[in-house]
Design a protein around this ligand. Structure first.
Ligand SMILES: [Zn+2]
Ligand SMILES: [Zn+2]
Length: 263
């Protein structure tokens, strides 16, 4: 059998109990389906620490550090210092996931906004890209981002969930769009439109594992190996070979997170 083309899962949560005790097996299954690099994401200080630690231990893992909008708080000096210390790690490639989530609304909007601003300032200060989680909060996001856009490195909209009009605005801001397994769902018309119309040099592929497993694993636990299903679907929507889609998204992910070619 031909080797599957190389992919990067730009967003997974390997600190979750589904993975943390079986990282080598998870990485083996990922590699078998072509996923040779995984970016594992922090959602608060403890998970950011674990993510950074996993990235130190495994060559195929990189990390991000950040406070998710569900866990948003106005960080005081020591918390911000600690986050910055983790985020400055050499295998920590971004600040995230950070953002606004008015769908779940687990924290007051004003707190979410302030926490986002604090972390955007951090991303600018240490010159690392942000990984955004934005749900039903586009207007406020597009209101806040111009304060930072001139010094923020090109960044990533993770698990993109908007329509083409919102995608257009994100692209105009220089953002990359990371497409989740949702694109394989039969009724995901808006996301399928985005995945087929966005410029190929701005697309990434992600799982958000253990959430959002793509077809044919929908409803079960997701894992990095399944990024291959998402990539295949996007290639099909665009009418290009999987190898071309894989090569482009892998190159894009390396560019935005400044990950060197494994060689
Ligand atoms: Zn998210
Ligand atoms: Zn996530």
């Amino acid at each position: 059998m031909q080797n599957p083309p190389e992919l990067i899962d730009s967003h997974a949560h390997l600190d979750f109990p589904e993975f943390i005790d079986s990282i080598p097996a998870t990485l083996d299954r990922a590699r078998d389906s072509g996923v040779r690099t995984i970016i594992t994401i922090g959602i608060d200080l403890p998970t950011s620490r674990i993510a950074a630690d996993l990235a130190q231990r495994y060559d195929s893992i990189y990390a991000t550090a950040g406070i998710h909008p569900h866990d948003a708080f106005i960080a005081d000096g020591p918390a911000l210092k600690e986050l910055e210390l983790i985020a400055r790690g050499d295998r920590v490639v971004g600040i995230g996931e950070i953002g606004l989530d008015y769908f779940r609304n687990q924290k007051p909007r004003i707190i979410q906004q302030e926490c986002l601003r604090q972390q955007l300032a951090l991303a600018c200060r240490i010159d690392k890209p942000a990984v955004f989680h934005i749900r039903e909060a586009w207007e406020d996001f597009f209101g806040i981002i111009p304060e930072f856009v001139s010094s923020l490195p090109p960044s990533v909209m993770h698990c993109f969930s908007g329509d083409w009009e919102i995608a257009r605005k994100c692209l105009d801001l220089g953002l990359y769009l990371s497409i989740p397994g949702v694109v394989t769902f039969p009724k995901a018309d808006a996301l399928q439109e985005v995945a087929s119309r966005a410029p190929l040099d701005r697309l990434l592929v992600e799982t958000d594992a253990p959430y959002l497993a793509p077809v044919p694993h929908r409803g079960k636990d997701n894992e990095p190996a399944f990024a291959a299903h998402t990539a295949r679907k996007i290639a099909e929507l665009r009418g290009i070979p999987l190898s071309e889609l894989a090569e482009a998204t892998t190159r894009n992910t390396r560019r935005v997170f400044r990950i060197k070619d494994a060689g």
